[in-house]
Write a protein that binds this ligand. Structure first.
Ligand SMILES: Cc1ncc(COP(=O)(O)O)c(C=O)c1O
Length: 390
């Protein structure tokens, strides 16, 4: 039986083996494991690629969100954490870490529904909440920022988000964990908001051999604060000013990500080609909805996610599994239904119906950038066969 994985990291390693092995060997020889030269090397390389003033290596994507928000609390409020009355808007249909980072920075996450086609934040709802909320400001709570998530590798509508942010004087922390190399018009993601937050989790478009992340920003003060927070909270780690973390990016991870960086554009093109093949092959298939692409977004197809109709998602997933095809559900639960966001820790705007429907119907298909065309065609055939038999 065929075996088609969501990703084949061993295949990718074999493809880049020479570069990766050499990068690891260099580290073994210099033994500078903490903030070694590869960390700064990667920061400079990515800053140059994105077209942003500063990049700062962090130990994970999650911590890069937390540190961005903490730095902004210190910068904007002159205090270590946000207050519970400070609201930060995001969506309910994302990875837990997005909402969790807001809680850990002391603020209250406000979940806004998604647009059912792009799966990203619904701009109309965002505007509605903010307009309604301005009347409530006297009652203490105040929206301070937005964390838009570029889900599945596709940009949010950044023109409208930035316009709304400016009107309401909000910061924007872009969650770019799934969209390295993606763009909105001529701007790379992570360079449009106040900060960008990246993940090098192994399955990401640019992934390491463990956890890793990065923050991008044009703002000198935010960069300075993040650099303090990631090494215990001070310029001098033996005499600190802020409540800090040990959140440095490992030298070894930086070396591996730097070696893999050479391939990022080629791999993003590979993902986009697979997405095109799926689009072409599955067009018009009844019982599923294909992902939409915004014309202004350069989609890096971190995931190729279809919607399976009539409550058949789980059944289709097990049928594909029987044919040797791995699929994933990103995400099976909306954040607003999780216990961690209960007990008054978060707010929801409206019914969040689209987020809930998405959790019940989405299915992500294999999208290994080095995947052969016949594997993609096999997945297409199996999905069509399933839908024909419905
Ligand atoms: C949208 C989103 N935000 C944040 C994260 C957190 O990144 P990490 O796993 O590197 O902590 C992830 C990845 O897992 C993600 O997909």
């Amino acid at each position: 039986m065929k075996s088609i994985q969501m990703l084949d990291l061993k295949l990718e390693y074999d493809h880049m083996k020479k570069d990766i092995d050499e990068a690891i060997r260099t580290c073994l020889n210099h033994q500078r494991w903490i903030l070694g030269p590869e960390v700064r090397g990667l920061e400079e390389r990515i800053a140059d690629y994105l077209g942003v003033k500063h990049c700062i290596g962090i130990c994970s994507g999650t911590e890069s969100l937390v540190l961005s928000l903490r730095a902004l609390a210190i910068k904007l409020k002159g205090q270590e954490f946000f207050d519970k009355t400070d609201e930060i808007i995001t969506t309910s249909f994302t990875f837990t870490a997005t909402g969790d980072a807001i809680l850990r920075a002391g603020a209250t996450p406000v979940f806004i529904d998604i647009d059912p086609e792009s799966y990203n934040i619904d701009i109309a709802h965002l505007g509605e909440y903010l307009n309604q909320n301005s009347e409530l400001r006297t009652q203490n709570s105040k929206v301070v920022g937005i964390v838009p998530v570029h889900l599945y590798g596709q940009s949010c509508d950044m023109d409208n988000i930035m316009k709304i942010a400016e009107e309401h004087d909000l910061f924007v922390v872009e969650d770019v964990a799934q969209a390295f190399g993606g763009a909105w018009k001529d701007k790379k993601l992570g360079t449009i908001g106040t900060t960008g937050s990246f993940s090098f989790f192994p399955s990401k478009n640019l992934g390491g051999f463990g956890d890793g992340g990065m923050i991008s920003t044009d703002d000198d003060r935010t960069m300075e604060l993040v650099r303090m927070l990631l090494r215990h909270g001070g310029k001098d780690k033996y005499n600190v000013e802020h409540i800090g973390y040990n959140a440095r990016l490992d030298t070894l991870q930086a070396a591996i990500v730097l070696a893999k960086f050479k391939y990022i554009d080629e791999f993003n093109v590979g993902r986009r080609k697979i997405a095109e093949t799926y689009n072409e092959g599955l067009k018009g298939t009844e019982g599923i909805v294909l992902p939409a692409s915004l014309p202004d977004a350069f989609h890096v197809s971190h995931q190729y996610t279809i919607r399976v109709l009539h409550g058949k998602r789980d059944d289709m997933q097990s049928s594909l599994k029987d044919k040797g095809i791995s699929t994933m559900i990103y995400y099976p639960y909306p954040l607003h239904k999780m216990k961690v966001f209960g007990n008054g820790r978060s707010k929801s705007f409206g019914s969040l119906e689209q987020s809930e429907t998405a959790t019940e119907s989405v299915l992500s298909l294999p999208i290994e950038p080095l995947q052969q065309q016949d594997a993609t065609l096999y997945v297409i055939d199996c999905i069509k066969e399933y839908c024909n038999n419905l």
